[in-house]
Write a new protein. Structure first.
Ligand SMILES: [Zn+2]
Length: 101
């Protein structure tokens, strides 16, 4: 994944998650490969943001805008806490999954 292509919706995400997790996030992104969009063949990248103050991540198509569900890193709603790198890896796996037809 091209690091420069990641869209950071929340400019201060580094302050929210801390330097260690931020660096881990970039290293994780570097090691991921995203398939082309299943609908239009466009290039995909990740969108990092927050819902309220909880960091979220999704993978989306830069051409048509379709996207994976937002992966929440934690909070009371899902009863657990995950790191952004973990959720980025999960979102990439969801994006890359293709049904056999
Ligand atoms: Zn697309």
């Amino acid at each position: 994944m091209n690091i420069s292509a990641i869209k950071f919706e929340t400019p201060d995400i580094r302050d929210i998650i801390g330097d260690e997790e931020y660096n881990d996030l970039l290293a994780t992104a570097e090691g991921l490969t995203l398939s082309g969009c299943p609908f239009c063949g466009g290039e995909a990248t990740a969108r990092i943001g927050t819902t309220w103050t909880i960091p979220t991540v999704s993978v989306f198509c830069t051409s048509c805008g379709c996207m994976t569900p937002r992966g929440w890193t934690g909070g009371k709603i899902n009863g657990g806490t995950y790191s952004l790198p973990e959720k980025l890896t999960e979102s990439a796996a969801i994006w890359n999954r293709r049904a056999e037809i």
